[in-house]
Every structure is written in C-alpha cells, then in structure tokens.
Design a protein around this ligand. Structure first.
Ligand code: DGY
Length: 327
C-alpha cells in the first residue's frame, strides 16, 4: 500500500518525526529558516497532510496548491493565527494544534520575563559586562516590587490562568480581562477578579498578555491603552506580537509613559535589528522562546504528529481547532 505524502515545513524534534516516518512518505524542508512562500506552494502540491510551523502562512492558495487530496493540517503550535481556519473549515479540512503541553512552560517564561523586567536583570547584566560597575549604590538600578503588586492578565485561557497561579506565590492581586471566558473566582481557585480592559490597564502594575491574535485583538494595546496605564507599569507579551502596536510601544517606552516592557513576540517577527525599539534600555526582548524547553518541544512534536496521522487516517484529530468539520 502506498504511504500518504506529507509536507513538513521544518525539522521538528525526532520524537514527532519518527511517528510520522512510520506511516508516511515525508517531504521535510531541511532549512533553519522557514521555507519561502514559493517553496511552500510547490511542495504542498498533491500532499495529503501538511505539518506547519507558526512561521508558515497556510492560506487558501496553499490549500489550492495541495488540491483535493489534502486531508489534514497540523500546526506545531497552540496558536493558529498563521492558518486560514475558516478556509480550511469550508473545505472540510481538520486543523490540529498543540494545546496544554506548553501551558506551564510558557507561564514559567512569562513570569520570568515579568521578574526580569521588574528587577532590571538584563540591564544589570549589560551594566556589569560593560565595565560600569564601580560600587554598591543606594539608587543603582532600582526596580519594582513584585510581591503584593497588581497583575493584570489579558486573556484568561490556560496560559493566563497558569500565570495567575504563579502570582499567588507572590501574594499578588490578580485582575483579568477576557471577554471569551468569564469564569468566577471560585472556579479559578486563584482569587482572580474579572474586570473590563480599562480598569485592568489603569490598576495593574504588571500587564501580561495571553490572548490569541485575532482581528479583535490586533493592536489592542495601542496609544490609548498605554495612556491608561500607570507610569510605573510593566508590559509583558509572550502571546503574539500583533496584539501590541509597536509604534505606540516605542512612544510609551521612550517617553517614560510606562516603566518597561518584556517581549517574547514582536510585530513583525522577527524584529529587524535596526528597529528603534532595540535601542531602548527599558525593553527586554527574546526570540519567541516561551515554549522552548526540551521536554515541551518534544511533547509538541508528538502531539503534532498524532494530529497529522489521525487526519490522514480519516480519524478525529486528538486536538482539533475546527471540530465543526466533523458535523
Ligand atoms: C505557540 O505554540 O503558539 C507558541 O507561540 C510557540 O510555542
């Protein structure tokens, strides 16, 4: 029996590749960088499955290139903003993602960014390495306290809640804004209080973004949002760069309208090395590594592989973001 042909857009951990190789003919893009658009279009031709990364735009054109044999799209990420979901659903193509396995790892990272920005870790490191450390100073690199501060979480899904649980250990007051999930305090078990966005922006000392990127959340943190924040506020974004307007962020940071920011995601991504944001000392920036632990990336690979294989067999994907294709 001939094996189904699949296109995998980058080398994911072996744990996932091994599962796929058992039952598929694999076309694996070997590059360190994402395949260029024309390569995606070319190599998707006639495949039954696509395993994509968040860097690859999988839209109607790619689905057309694949043609009627395409049975499944499996994204190696929990976020699926790179995929034209409505288009896949219209065509009856199930789309898989990797929820759950990266929740705690990403929440750890968000908290780590929060603490680093609050206590100016990256600046301190640069200060020492550049030979500026001459003595202990009463006012040297003063930051903000985390314990008992107010944390505002935008997007109270799995990762947002996991961040809220971490905040308990610091006796923080936690506010959250999430029009999609109004769970009560009891259910959250973490004393988090649901509020509107303006109140959250006004009252939070730390604002951590955990919402997916959609039309509604694109640039939701804009000039107006920054002007509602405290001048001592710290913004953390480990979700998607597009949620924050980068020009508004630049003005807020360079004009001291907020204290600092820590970004693991940017708009666009990657950020250009000559972007003026990179000149600011009150910005910490990392290259989208929130879920980047060995164990988590292995689990994501396995999950993405299992989604792919299920779709090829015509079975329900273990993690499907458009289950309506089965109705
Ligand atoms: C995701 O999965 O969406 C993250 O951004 C990368 O792990």
């Amino acid at each position: 029996m001939t094996k189904p042909m699949v296109f995998i857009t980058r080398r994911i951990p072996e744990e996932g590749l091994a599962i796929i190789a058992q039952s598929c003919e694999v076309d694996l893009w070997p590059g360190e960088l994402p395949p260029p658009r024309e390569v995606i279009l070319q190599r998707s031709k006639g495949v039954e499955g696509i395993l994509s990364l968040l860097t690859d735009k999988i839209d109607a054109e790619v689905m057309d290139a694949a043609g009627s044999r395409l049975k499944v799209i499996s994204n190696y990420a929990v976020g699926i903003d790179n995929i034209a979901l409505a288009e896949a659903t219209k065509r009856g193509i199930p789309v898989g993602n990797t929820p759950g396995v990266l929740t705690e790892t990403t929440a750890d990272f968000a908290f780590c960014m929060l603490m680093s920005a609050a206590r100016r870790i990256a600046e301190g490191d640069r200060y020492v390495r550049s030979g500026r450390w001459k003595t202990w100073g009463p006012k040297l690199l003063l930051g903000q306290d985390i314990y008992e501060a107010t944390l505002g979480i935008i997007g109270f899904g799995r990762i947002g809640r996991a961040v809220a649980r971490r905040a308990q250990g610091f006796n923080m007051r936690v506010l959250y804004y999430d029009p999609m999930s109004a769970i009560d305090d009891e259910e959250a078990g973490i004393g988090a209080i649901s509020t509107d966005l303006d109140t959250l922006l006004r009252e939070a000392d730390f604002i951590s973004i955990h919402t997916p990127l959609t039309e509604a959340t694109y640039h939701m943190i804009d000039n107006q949002a920054f002007s509602n924040m405290k001048s001592t506020a710290v913004l953390i974004n480990t979700a998607r760069g597009g949620v924050v307007d980068p020009d508004a962020l630049y003005h807020a940071l360079s004009e001291g309208r907020i204290a600092s920011a820590a970004l693991d995601v940017t708009d666009p991504e990657p950020i250009s090395p000559d972007n003026p944001l990179l000149e600011l000392d009150n910005l910490i920036i990392t290259p989208h590594i929130g879920s980047a632990s060995v164990a988590t990336r292995n689990k994501m690979a396995r999950m993405a592989a299992e989604n792919l294989i299920a779709g090829l067999k015509g079975e329900k994907l273990p993690n499907c973001v458009n289950p309506e294709v089965y109705i």
